[in-house]
Design a protein around this ligand. Structure first.
Ligand code: G4P
Length: 299
């Protein structure tokens, strides 16, 4: 599903989430493990205010595990626990109730000290479209899918879903918009299939993806398309187009006259990337954090 976001929609989405914040103990922010920054709402801190938070790096099955570890460290540096998951297979999902409780441990311990009996932890899942919110809610609900019924303070029609391990979820997630002002964010989201192919030209999307892949995963590109070489580092545009043509030729993406149909070649690359056929790939790394660490004197 692609949502056309306009300022009015954003204001409404924000208000809807802020209404729900009153009902919950913790916000579960769902990001795409391959593009944790691009799949992040630019105003998320502002929207969630000081709600305790758990970050889930979903679709971790498609992401580069080494880079995912860097992201976990990146979030840990700002005091947020980030957990890689695969909402489709359920990998990592079972630990979520405990992680949520861990994030709230100070509050829960304070309740126990006061002699209160801590109730279930209540959570809201938030994220941009296509990041896997519905898939995760269904996974967490499992056989408990029967909602727990209306409770006081719950907006009419909203239901709590028992997610196991004393965790309750609001049945409708909070839908956030991505960052629009950075062109590269758009291309990355399109590359992973989170933005409709009707919005950005597939050739441009594939071009940006290939430029990134040739710099970060040259080996995977060479293997998949039996290429002898791919341009390293900051490649020139014509070098990337050259790679695209080679791929097109290998895959028989030709048009009358025998030249390569670049649109078809682009679709081949994007289908392979989205389906994990190239291997596990991350399109973003927490460079700033790594650089900062490297720049720090060791003694
Ligand atoms: P949303 O509610 O946040 O909008 O996302 P939704 O659950 O609908 O998931 C979007 C797509 O992402 C679905 O594919 C879903 O199967 C896939 N997906 C969700 N979580 C994971 C994951 O952990 N790993 C992988 N590999 N895929 C995941 P779909 O319905 O087939 O749509 P599409 O593939 O045509 O986009």
């Amino acid at each position: 599903t692609t949502i056309q976001w306009f300022p009015g929609h954003m204001t409404r989405a924000r208000r809807q989430i802020q209404e729900k914040l009153k009902l919950i103990d913790i916000a579960i922010e769902l990001l795409d493990a391959r593009v944790p920054l691009s799949s992040r709402n630019p105003m998320i801190d502002d929207i969630l205010m000081n709600k305790p938070r758990l970050v889930l790096l979903n679709k971790a099955d498609l992401a580069d595990p080494a880079v995912t570890r860097e992201w976990i460290a990146y979030f840990a540096a700002s005091g947020i626990e980030a957990v890689p998951i695969d909402a489709v297979t359920g990998e990592g999902v079972r630990s979520i109730p405990d992680r949520a409780k861990h994030a709230l441990r100070e509050k829960i311990e304070a309740q126990i000290r006061k002699g209160m009996n801590p109730r279930s932890v209540r959570a809201l899942i938030v994220g941009i479209p296509n990041v896997g919110k519905s898939t995760l809610i269904n996974r967490l609900a499992g056989k408990h899918v029967a909602a727990t019924g209306d409770k006081p303070g719950v907006t009419k029609g909203q239901q709590w879903i028992k997610a196991g391990g004393d965790l309750e979820l609001l049945d409708t997630p909070g839908i956030l918009w991505p960052k629009f002002d950075d062109e590269l964010v758009g291309y990355r989201l399109a590359a992973i299939g989170s933005i409709s192919d009707l919005i950005l030209h597939v050739e441009d999307v594939a071009f940006h993806a290939l430029r990134s892949l040739s710099a970060t995963y040259p080996q995977l590109l060479k293997q998949r398309y039996e290429l002898e070489e791919v341009p390293a580092g900051e490649a020139e545009a014509h070098e990337i187009v050259d790679v695209m043509e080679k791929i097109g030729r290998k895959r028989g993406c030709l048009q009358s006259g025998g030249s390569v149909n670049l649109e078809k070649a682009s679709m081949v690359v994007l289908r392979d990337l989205r389906g994990g056929k190239l291997g596990r790939i991350s399109l973003e790394r927490p460079v700033t954090v790594t650089e900062a660490k490297e720049a720090r004197p060791t003694s």
